[in-house]
Ligand binder design. Sequence first.
Ligand code: ADP
Length: 512
Amino acid sequence: MDELREITEHLLQFAPDALIVIDDANRIRFANETVRELFGHAPQSLVGKPLDLLIPERLRANHVRHTAGFMRNPHSREMGARIADLFALRADGSEFSAGIRLAPFRIGGKLFIAAAIRDTTERRLASEELVAARKEAERANRAKSRFLATASHDLRQPMQTIQLLNASMMKFLPDAQVRELLQQQRQAIESMTRLLNALLDISRLESGAIEPVSVEVSLAEIFGELRSEFSSIARARELDLQVEAPRIVLSTDRTLFYQLLQNLLGNALKYTDRGWVRVKCATEADGVVISVEDSGIGIPADKLERIFDEYYQVDTHGTKRMGVGLGLAIVKEVARLLGFAIRIHSRVGEGTQAILRIPNKYRVASGVASVEPAPEQVAASAPRKARLFLVEDNDGVRIATELFLKLEGHETLSARTVAEAEVLLERLAPGDVLIADYHLDGKSTGLDMLLRLRERAGYDVPGVVLSGDLPSVLRSIKSPVAACHFLGKPVDTTALVDAIAELSTTAQRPPG
Ligand code: ADP
């Protein structure tokens, strides 16, 4: 028994923490040997002294308040929620950051508080360093996003010019060899455009600038659009593309959702040399499951966990150069923003399965999204090429666009400013099409101009609106705009020609 008491006594005196006991008058009644080491006071010399002796002067008033509160409701707890707030005073007047644990107890009805105290200076420094490092990393990340957004946005105008000039030269130069070179140039332009778009997308997503705007989205419609966007690529790669069209309606951000599926389907086609690519949809108890599957090259198991990282690419059989390594990073960010879960399963040589889980709360139960019946297309007997009014404030882009459109056989009139356009547009006649840049000057957009024009003309003047930031523009439009195509910059020349052709067939006849 004596031995046990000795052990207890030893433990108490030499515990790793400094131990003190105070009474309800804040006087020290006991201090162990570790107190000497930590505070520089002889333990015995403290007994009977006020606790204030161990507290830096500037903190004493605060401490008295806290102690009073603790005495009213005594229970074991850690003192002070944030370690940075607690400091203790040594005999030599210096201070240290302290972690303190309190345990109240009673003897004969009298309240005592035992406190275990340790020096947490190192922990505090480490945590301060961690906070500073995190702040610095966040700042650097914001700067990176800003740089990426600005750089890729400003690169779009010259890219647009180069793209249009390339398309024009293709028309001008009949020589087969030159055309071959131009074709290669075009491929380089296209891959640079893809890179620009991906950089701009990821930087916008990361900077938190994008807030999803939910609307009713019919999966049948979205899947239909995916099918028409990707069917020519599938045909060119001799792949069987199957897209099921489910009758399901979701409430989500249409542009972001489409972008997510576009990236998954783009990858499936890119990394499949033979066989098939399928987009399927199933409903399960907890939600809707969309899968994009392919019979392609697959992803090695040890690479799977990194494929969502920015700029990460699996280098299999020289496929690395096919992308820029941002597609899945965009998919991950968009899925997070929309509240969906994304997983990828894959087997090398067999294929890959991307599975998107959409919780039931995003499903519109009874709503049937209004699928507008396709307007009846009356084939014009001999459609003349529409006359075009082009409004673009960037000189390079305007000159190149005008040249390209003229070579396409369109009479094209162009204006540089809103004021110039207002004068020019007085000559507008039914059948003419307006092509306008969205960001014209600080006050007015190309879309505003189109809407004003429609009000004056009294009918839906057909229009094409071009923007370097198409997703934001689309998101800002509250209701659909009839007879208007929105195209991203740098514009795909084929898409521009198709849009003009479609608008001019539906708008051949003057109204009423
Ligand atoms: P990338 O622009 O290179 O396609 P992603 O971020 O979209 O970048 O994809 C990252 C990497 O994941 C790709 O480089 C590719 O190796 C691999 N990957 C993505 N999807 C597939 C797929 N369907 N089949 C095989 N590999 C894929």
